[in-house]
Design a binder for this molecule. Structure first.
Ligand code: PEP
Ligand code: MG
Length: 556
């Protein structure tokens, strides 16, 4: 380990404590590659897997080159053959092969991870070259690696089930990237990384939200972190302070290890589900926000009294084929059954803005001049009724297994409410006419557009409950992009305009006798708890990782 401090970067800490580990720089475009440790006894097989993939690509390219030379020279330009030569040379270059072998043998990275790590190391060297021709070869290298990755895919699943190692034995690793999409971040759930750092991103971007739900130290908006940190550097991620230290000295490291130990002691030893009350004696309900059905376990483990927000769009992201009714029905039923009779609030798909779809869908293809103001959430659902009806049918069917509260995001117009209601009725009719069983649901709306907050009384005519999405409500009230770290200093939950809209919505719900909750990041941020309680709020929905701290803050 070398211990001269060569860098310090400051960003927006998402909490989660302190992580100390080796940096793994991941190119944003390669974040979807599998990252896992292999058992030491599987090293030879992993190297063989990679060698086979490399040979397959060499064969493929040689065959292609041969077919080029047999065609007429007009059809087979020299340049193409020359490019193939460069690709073959890069593929057989020992710098690539040695580096990859090193990461598999010494670090126990799986083949795909080792390959993209070494790609990143060589790509950085290309970037530093003065000769523009040489710099451009980086693109060729990336194409070659892409081909090898495609071949590795064939053996990926089997390799992962057979080769996964005991995490505790491996060196801790921290992911450092320029940017990560929410879909990439969700892939890292239950993964190998003990901390995350990205150059860009605001505190309430969806990437940050997923990172926070992992309950591990994370910093977003660390500006130049990914260029400051080199592959394999040791780093300290202090996510409470938003500080990243690169190659810390032994003294600094000791200090952070001490802080880490103190933080571990301070964590509540166990969870108790005792009821919580506000000062006026009224009960406080703590609900959990989840992104995947498997998160329900974590919600129960911390004593959440139900699910206040299941962001179903994560079932739709990072894939070309959208989930069909059966897949969705299975996912929603899984959560409802796991929660054993507790209420489960399932939000209909909120795709768009920083959660784009992939593939050939209207939403994915649309030219998004201003995605946060575009075809997002309920707007897309109403534009694609067949897709929306599929989700609604799946939700109604899952309601047979327990209490489901369906939550509609991003509504602003009364006519959108009416269209939504018509589609819910149509979904019921379709199920009935096919003899398919379905259950009762409660219907709620998110208040996350200022226009909706200003016409709460209209919303209350139609809906059983409301849930305030402060992440978007703040973004749209203050015209501050929640994902843009350049304006993050203007993103302010305490702005009087935001406070006004919050108080107005909460008070009108109380007067109407309808439940209201906050499910944005503000709900789990204990610095806002007092203010929200004073407005009359009694239902808070947050990441499972925040529930214990929230409970403790109320009991104090
Ligand atoms: C919100 O906007 O506050 C919210 C909970 O929804 P999301 O963060 O998924 O946009
Ligand atoms: Mg929102």
């Amino acid at each position: 380990m070398s211990f001269s401090v060569h860098g310090l970067s400051v960003g927006r800490g998402l909490g989660g404590g302190i992580a100390i580990g080796r940096a793994v720089r991941v190119l944003s475009s390669r974040a979807s590659v599998a990252h896992y440790f292999i058992a030491p006894e599987r090293v030879d097989q992993e190297i063989a897997r990679l060698r086979d993939a490399r040979h397959a690509v060499v064969d493929e390219m040689q065959r292609l080159q041969q077919s080029l030379t047999t065609q007429s020279s007009k059809d087979a330009p020299h340049e193409l053959s020359a490019i193939m030569d460069v690709h073959l040379m890069l593929l057989q270059d020992e710098t690539l092969a040695d580096g990859v072998r090193h990461y598999i043998t010494e670090r126990h990275y799986n083949a795909e991870w080792a390959l993209t790590t070494q790609l990143e190391v060589i790509a950085a060297q290309f970037d530093e070259m003065h000769d523009p021709y040489m710099r451009e070869r980086k693109g060729d290298l990336e194409q070659v690696v892409e081909r090898v990755l495609t071949h590795l895919q064939g053996t990926a699943q089997l390799a992962q089930t057979q080769a996964t190692a005991n995490l505790a034995r491996e060196e801790p690793v921290v992911l450092v990237a320029h940017d990560l999409s929410p879909a990439d971040m969700i892939r890292f759930k239950s993964g190998v990384f003990i901390g995350f750092v990205t150059d860009v991103g605001g505190k309430t971007s969806h990437t940050a939200i997923v990172a926070r739900s992992l309950g591990i130290p994370a910093i977003v908006g660390a500006k130049s972190a990914s260029s400051l940190v080199r592959q394999d550097d040791w780093v300290v991620v202090d996510a409470d302070a938003g500080v990243l230290i690169v190659n810390p000295s032994e003294r600094v490291l000791d200090e952070y290890r001490r802080k880490q130990a103190l933080a571990a002691q301070a964590k509540a030893p166990s969870v108790n589900g005792e009821p919580l009350f506000a000062l006026d004696g009224t009960p406080i309900t703590v609900l959990a926000n989840i992104e995947l059905p498997s998160d329900a376990k974590a919600a129960l483990a911390v004593g959440a009294q139900g699910i206040g927000l299941f962001r179903t769009e994560f079932l739709f992201m990072g894939r070309v084929q959208l989930p069909d009714e059966e897949e969705q029905y299975a996912a929603y039923s899984e959560v409802v059954l796991a929660m054993k009779g507790l209420p489960v609030t399932i939000r209909t798909i909120d795709i768009g803005a920083d959660k784009p779809l992939e593939g050939d869908h209207v939403q994915a293809k649309a030219a998004h001049t201003n995605p946060a103001l575009g075809l997002r959430a309920i707007r897309w659902c109403l534009a694609e009724p067949a897709m929306f009806l599929t989700q609604l049918r799946a939700l109604l069917r899952a309601a047979v297994h327990g209490r489901i509260r369906v939550l509609i995001p991003m509504l602003a117009h009364e006519r959108e409410i009416k269209q939504t209601m018509l589609l819910v009725d149509r979904a019921r009719t379709e199920l009935s006419s096919n003899g398919v069983a379905y259950g009762e649901i409660e219907l709620g709306a998110m208040i996350e557009v200022p226009a909706a907050a200003l016409i709460t009384s209209i919303f209350l005519k139609y809906f059983d409950f409301l849930s305030i999405g402060t992440n978007d409500l703040i973004q749209y009230t203050l015209a501050v992009d929640r994902a843009d770290e350049a304006v993050a200093h203007l993103y302010d939950a305490m702005h009087p305009a935001v406070q006004f809209l919050l108080e107005k919505t909460i008070k009108e719900c109380i007067t109407a006798g309808k439940p209201v909750s906050v499910c944005g990041e503000m709900a789990g941020d204990t610095s806002h708890t007092k203010a929200l309680l004073a407005m009359g709020l009694r239902e808070f929905s947050m990441h499972p990782t925040q529930v214990v701290e929230f409970r403790n803050s109320i009991k104090k």
